[in-house]
Design a protein around this ligand. Structure first.
Ligand SMILES: Cc1cc2nc3c(=O)[nH]c(=O)nc-3n(C[C@H](O)[C@H](O)[C@H](O)COP(=O)(O)OP(=O)(O)OC[C@H]3O[C@@H](n4cnc5c(N)ncnc54)[C@H](O)[C@@H]3O)c2cc1C
Length: 387
């Protein structure tokens, strides 16, 4: 049986999140875009409201104190939050899914305070010399008695300046594989007030105003042994387990933005007149509208199926990769075509189009580039055939 309908609870979640975004977040977009800053007072108010609505940590399991929502419901919430600027949407913080792997003291010191909104997390994998190829990382952790000593640098770390700690990936040795010796990667919880840890300013970039990225430096930073997540060398497995739902989040945000851009273009095509008629009457404008509507429809179906598969426990890395690839590339096409449909006004800051078009650019790069998604998909196709 195939049933695409939402439950009453899911419909209520969508309605609630939509009106929160419309009433509390959208009015602040213009100022955020202009100043490139999210005032801490506004962030605190939005966070408090999001907690009252049950949006904060809604993605984490109930057993660890989170909202315990199924993947379809989380995806629907992501889609509603995705309509607004990322810096505003992130005030309704959904902590890293990987935190569900916390055990023992990690739960009381990191997971629980994060779920209560007392601490904030971010993730540190990428380095100047290691982006797509994470095993190339130079950041290393050396065991010294009952401590780990960490040295190295990470860059492009989103929101580290407003976070209290990171889930850090560092090399803890080497292992022999069929392709020669490879680094063993482990995950650690590293607090930003640990001695030897520095959070430095990052780069200015074209996408997502008010959403910072930072450089992290570790100068023989010492952390207790219990801060390692999972067994030593388990970092890659944790990343892979975590990346599926994260890629779905990116995809849901992209579909939300594509819908907003498309709505703007559609309304414009239906009202703007040139050559004594509505521009929507020109096939050159109307047919791209049809193509965009079709692509958005396909993306929504893909989102729904992937989220449903996560809930069924049948999702594969290939499915998540296809969803991220299609939705991020689709947003790039729709943002560009929507802007073209509106013409010159599309580039002006009065409409949300130039921002959606700018913000769209990073989605095909972070959380695994489009090329890496194609690599995952094609490997899944060819490997069973021995190629
Ligand atoms: C604004 C921003 C925020 C970010 N936030 C975070 C964060 O919070 N935490 C974090 O850890 N990281 C973060 N990242 C890093 C992000 O995940 C990486 O940028 C991404 O994984 C790509 O790495 P790279 O930029 O070093 O590109 P590279 O890996 O150097 O790739 C360069 C090009 O080569 C291509 N390429 C590489 N390998 C292959 C291959 N095998 N086959 C085909 N093509 C290939 C890539 O697709 C790309 O086109 C962020 C990045 C940005 C831009």
């Amino acid at each position: 049986m195939i049933d695409f309908s939402l439950t009453d609870e899911q419909k209520m979640l969508v309605e609630m999140t939509r009106s929160f975004v419309e009433q509390e977040m959208l009015p602040h977009e213009e100022t955020l875009e202009r100043t490139n800053t999210l005032p801490p007072k506004l962030a605190a108010v939005l966070k408090k409201q999001a907690m009252e609505l049950g949006l904060h940590a809604c993605n984490l399991p109930e057993e660890v104190g989170g909202g315990g929502l199924d993947a379809v419901s989380v995806m629907l919430i992501e889609k509603e939050l995705g309509r607004t600027s990322l810096a505003l949407a992130e005030c309704a913080h959904r902590p890293l899914n990987i935190l569900a792997a916390c055990e023992g003291e990690q739960v009381t010191q990191f997971l629980e305070p994060t779920i209560k909104g007392e601490k904030r997390d971010c993730i540190a994998m990428t380095e100047p010399g290691a982006g797509s190829d994470l095993r190339g990382m130079k950041c290393k952790a050396v065991c010294d008695g009952d401590e780990w000593m960490i040295s190295g640098e990470k860059h492009f770390i989103s929101q580290a300046s407003v976070s209290d700690y990171c889930v850090l990936f560092a090399a803890t040795g080497e292992e022999e594989t069929s392709k020669g010796f490879k680094k063993r990667i482990s995950a650690f919880l590293v607090a930003f007030d640990d001695p030897g840890v520095e959070v430095a300013p990052g780069y200015r970039n074209v996408s997502h105003r008010g959403y910072t990225n930072n450089i992290l430096r570790f100068d023989n930073a010492r952390i207790p042994a219990w801060r390692m997540m999972g067994p030593e060398g388990d970092g890659f497995r944790l990343v892979n387990e975590w990346l599926g739902p994260t890629r779905l989040t990116v995809a849901a945000t992209c579909v939300a933005r594509a819908e907003r851009a498309f709505d703007t273009a559609l309304n414009y095509a239906a009202t703007r007149e040139q050559f004594d008629q509505k521009i929507g009457k020109f096939q050159g404008i109307a047919f791209p509208l049809a193509d965009m509507a079709t692509e958005i429809k396909m993306a929504n179906l893909l989102l729904l199926e992937t989220a449903w598969k996560i809930d069924q426990g049948t999702v594969t890395p290939e499915t998540c990769a296809m969803t991220k690839l299609f939705c991020t590339e689709m947003l790039a096409r729709v943002a560009d075509q929507s802007l073209q449909t509106v013409g010159g006004m599309g580039l002006m800051e009065d409409l949300p189009l130039e921002r959606i078009w700018r913000d769209a650019r990073v989605e095909r790069i972070w959380d695994g580039t489009s090329e890496i998604q194609r690599h995952i998909i094609s490997r899944g196709l060819l490997r069973p055939l021995g190629a």
